[in-house]
Design a binder for this molecule. Structure first.
Ligand code: FES
Length: 139
């Protein structure tokens, strides 16, 4: 089987799909090669991610990884969300085929882009905290 049960589950029944109208941070990231786009919305209260939603126009693995990424950061502190790596997302999904690893990087970067936007809105330079947002390279 190419995909784990968890990947298939998050693909066919993605969690936290949608938009947050009054989001505190919105991040959009795309991969120029595959053309997939991910948009992440965060609601942040007192350094805690109280709500998160996403919209992904992309492949099944992109949907599954963004869904899992939202589950991993919901209710967590900003600091925890900043530590979210694509490897952690892949692990939580019980693995991804090598050609699909870049999809998980898209999820990681979408979270970071939304956090970046959050800091920018507060008048804080996000780069020292979040780092540069990179468009993931295709593997
Ligand atoms: Fe591009 Fe999955 S093929 S994000």
């Amino acid at each position: 089987m190419l995909y784990s049960e968890k990947v298939l589950d998050h693909f066919s029944n993605p969690r936290n799909v949608g938009e947050i109208e009054d989001a505190d941070g919105i991040g959009e990231i795309g991969n120029a090669k595959c053309g997939d786009i991910m948009k992440m919305y965060l609601k942040i209260d007192d350094n805690t991610i109280t709500d998160v939603k996403f919209k992904t126009f992309g492949c099944g693995a992109a949907v599954a990884t963004s869904s899992m990424a939202t589950e991993l950061i919901k209710g967590k502190s900003i600091n925890d969300a900043l530590k979210l790596t694509n490897e952690a997302v892949v692990e939580a999904l019980d693995g991804l085929p090598a050609v699909k690893i870049h999809c998980s990087v898209l999820a990681e970067q979408a979270v970071r882009a939304a956090l970046s936007d959050y800091y920018t809105r507060q008048g804080i330079d996000p780069v020292p905290i979040v780092g540069e947002i990179k468009e993931p390279e295709e593997e």
